[in-house]
Design a binder for this molecule. Sequence first.
Ligand code: HEM
Ligand SMILES: [Cu+2]
Length: 601
Amino acid sequence: MDWLTTVDHKKIGILYLIAGFLFFIIGGLEALVIRYQLMVPMNDVVSGQLFNELITMHGTTMIFLAAMPMLFALMNAVIPLQIGARDVAFPFLNSLGFWTFFFGGVLLNLSWFANAVPDAGWTSYVPLASTTYSDGHGVDYYVIGLQIAGIGTLLGGINFMATIINMRAPGLTFMRLPMFTWTIFITSVLIVFAFPVLTVGLVALMFDRLFHANFFESANGGNTVLWEHIFWVFGHPEVYILILPAFGIISEVVSTFSRKRLFGYSSMVFATMLIAFLGFMVWAHHMFTTGLGPVANGLFSIATMLIAVPTGVKIFNWLFTLWGGSIKFNTSSMFAIGFVPTFVMGGVTGVMLASAPADYQYHDTYFVVAHFHYVIVGGLIFGIFSGLHYWWPKMFGRKLNEVLGQITFWTFFIGFHMTFLIQHFLGLLGMPRRVVSYLPGQGFDNMNLISTIGAFLMGIGTIAFIINVFVTWSKPRNAEADAWGDGRSLEWTIPSPPPEYNFKQLPLVRSYDAWWKEKMDGNKAMTPAEPVGPIHMPSPSILPFIMSVGLFIAGFGFMYNKLIVAGAGLLITFACMAIRSLFDDHGFHIEPEDQEKEVHV
Ligand code: HEM
Ligand SMILES: [Cu+2]
């Protein structure tokens, strides 16, 4: 019950982690079935229809329900601590964001039980996704599930933007922010600009499907290319929403474990901004083959290639940070170091794809599949694993087991390259993407087999991680505040796990790498910026949970055209909103004498 009503960012972070990881496993199992089907030519484990459902659900689940929530887990767990705050700016909204994401994801996945699974690909291109070609309820689940989950993401973006602007500890100016906080700040800005675009597209598609509107139906004068524009104006920045936080994690981990200040801090900040900005300018590189014409293709080609410049700045800064550092190797730092060359390879194939004429050859082949998995798995998932091992002691008070961690790293790392490196060559040989099977003797057979073996190796790595979590669970909570001994930012100045209110006294920040600076000056603790006093806390609330259930019910109502159900669901949500607005809740205080008592979570 505690967990249903919590508004504490640390607990919400854990909720995101559990839910995101569950969806990661579901998406992973879907991937393994896909790979199992493609292991040998002319395989028939799954039907063509089921295969389409699997790739659609795999892509959608991994991006929206696994990768983003796991990032939200880390940002919830870490950002308030890194900026010396007691919580996020809007704790109630934070909880609402989690629950809408969760119920949106559940709704999407209930499609498996309703026997109507989305099958138009995770990009849901029309006319394939229109009622003409997908007339069951499958795509409705996609549209409405993502709609509800998207509310959660948007709330999170707004919340973290406000938090980082407003809640920084005294002295923590923008150019002293830890790099992870910087990337989350810019990611939040991207979310705030990109997600409404997706929402608009989904609303339009929903109107097309449910009420026979005519945005995308070309037979009636609608425009299918419009969907592609809307989708990718959201979709390309989305890639940066995913990868920038990973950049932030890598920056923290690399600097901590090489015991050096991050090389080129300010260039890192501006590179991040530049990448975010350019990320919005390049969406049409997904549409070179749509027939936009040479001028558009040329401009979008060049704009895309430009992104390699700030990205290169970042890569070199990480290398220079490692250069000459006294590097400590452990699971976290190895995922971070493994990230660098892997991500570079994803970037190189990105530049190849950005060349419009070459893309005519690569488009819709396995080359693309290889490319985006190098970026998303080799970038983001490596980053998440690195960050989880790094901040686990802060979140749970226990360090993950190193031996199991090494097993996770090596199986996952080798499995990853086995799975996806070879797909580049499959693509160059012409194996098309999104096909359920292939004929023998085209030179695809062995490579597909290797790819599938690699995928199962990644599965083993994931299992090792799960075992690690449970093994660690049974250990005593003995992690120190500065768990790695080399912490640099504020989260390492408070106990692991932190008390409910994080900082008993807000710290005074005197430089970049605030905690490192104090340690170098021989101080044992941060200088407090305020006297000890009662701490104001927000009250827990069940309303976010109920509001999300309301939306969930309304979603079903709309989908199956039961407007009464839809109305009832919306009524629940609006009633909760009214309650929230009409009844003042001033929260409570933790008095100084109670502050000693206990470490929570
Ligand atoms: C065990 C790891 C994984 C394996 C073996 C795997 C495998 C695959 C396969 C075989 C496809 C179908 C390609 C096609 O024919 O279009 C695919 C598509 C995709 N995957 Fe993964 N994947 C894995 C992890 C991930 C992760 C972690 C993400 C995102 C965070 C992701 C995102 C996607 C996306 C966006 C698509 C495109 C789906 C589409 O175009 O319809 N994958 N993956
Ligand atoms: Cu793109």
